[in-house]
Design a protein around this ligand. Structure first.
Ligand code: GLU
Length: 368
């Protein structure tokens, strides 16, 4: 079973039912204070932490005194707008006493589907983590309509874990794991400690255990597990209702861990290696040696650019004879690459007329 303190980057998803008191409609503040203690403990162990938190609609609903039934879209969007500001402030209030900075990041489904926006959200999250900030992520429910939304934060959390290259994802939920059947309906249902493989049989066991406040059930949790583990990120489902839920998980509270057979950087390289290149970059011998030594590809080492590609596309990295050495995700368009090839990094801004990214292909974005 995974140990939280071994994570390099941990994404924690908080379900609405944990944050918001179902009957009173307000925040469960004591619980949130205890969660902040856990986050502070993990941060002090040198772990990057990203929180994906639900609760904007549930909180806003309480403030606006809306009924507890399903809301029409415009009302849930309005509730999200009212609730989100309180949600973000609550995290700031409980983490600040630990000296932990927070940031609000609201995303939509398009931010993972559209390459350019995906790269932008990835860069922003990486920047925040490098500044030791804990990003508090939620879907931008105020502008997302049904056709263009994740709808549940289980899959959103898995997508965020993949985006930042996290190695562990914990879904703090109101169920303590993945069961062979719905435990509320079937007394013989058994919880799995570990799932190594999400087989068709496992998928058939996922009923739809929604809790009333949150959108996700076991189906969305399994989809999240597939997405995360496929990218080398282990995932746990555990009941987060009691105080200090992450400590409890570390100390052996009931949970289901979905294992991953690879790590995030190997999974990413495999994904890049499998992409169809939209063009090629031909390199001189010095640049090839630098890449093999683990360096990023700088424009100075490129002698020829072919194909038509956009920022973020895969290109083949070739030697002077045109033999492919591998793939990389390029940070410039084909047109820009042709203009800056052979140039020293400090010349790029003059050539392009705008500030440059130093690398043409970052070393993390390469599979040789
Ligand atoms: N994004 C929604 C909210 O913050 C919650 C979605 C979910 O419960 O999974 O209210």
């Amino acid at each position: 079973m995974a140990s939280l303190t071994q994570a390099k980057c941990l994404v924690v998803k908080i379900g609405s039912a944990l944050l918001v008191d179902r009957s009173a409609g307000g925040l469960r503040r004591d619980w949130l204070v205890s969660l902040a203690e856990d986050i502070a403990w993990l941060k002090a162990s040198g772990i990057d932490v990203v929180i994906v938190s639900s609760g904007s609609i549930a909180l806003g609903r309480g403030v606006l005194k809306l009924p507890s039934a399903d809301l029409p879209l415009e009302q849930s969007q309005a509730a999200a707008a009212v609730g989100q500001i309180r949600l973000a402030r609550a995290y700031e209030e409980v983490l600040d006493p630990h000296g932990i900075m927070t940031a609000q990041v609201l995303v939509t489904l398009d931010d993972s589907r559209n390459r350019r926006r995906y790269l932008n959200s990835r860069a922003t999250l990486e920047q925040l983590l490098s500044m030791n900030v804990v990003p508090i992520v939620n879907e931008n429910d105020t502008i997302a309509t049904d056709e263009i939304r994740f709808g549940d934060n289980d899959r959103l959390a898995a997508q965020i874990a993949v985006t930042v290259g996290a190695d562990q994802l914990v879904l703090l939920s109101d169920v303590d794991g993945f069961y062979s059947a719905n435990p509320l309906q079937d007394k013989s249902a058994k919880r799995f400690d570990i799932v190594d493989d999400i087989t068709a049989e496992i998928e058939a066991m996922a009923g739809d255990a929604g809790s009333g406040l949150s959108k996700g059930g076991m189906k969305t949790k399994l989809m999240a597990a597939k997405l995360a583990t496929g990218a080398g990120c282990k995932m746990a489902i555990t009941n987060g209702f009691a105080q200090n839920p992450l400590r409890a998980l570390q100390n052996g509270a009931p949970a289901t861990w979905f294992t991953a057979d690879t790590d995030p950087s190997a999974a990413r390289k495999r994904w890049i290696a499998g992409m169809k290149p939209a063009g090629t970059l031909e390199l001189d011998a010095g640049a090839i040696a630098a890449l093999h030594a683990g360096k990023s590809l700088l424009p100075a080492g490129v002698s020829r650019v072919t194909g038509s590609f956009q920022r973020g596309d895969a290109v083949a990295i070739c030697d002077a004879q045109g033999h492919a050495l591998g793939n990389g995700l390029v940070r410039y368009t084909a047109e820009e690459a042709a203009r800056i090839m052979g140039r020293k990094s400090h010349e790029i801004e003059d050539v392009l007329g705008y500030p440059a990214r130093a690398a043409l292909i970052h070393r993390d974005d390469m599979a040789l």
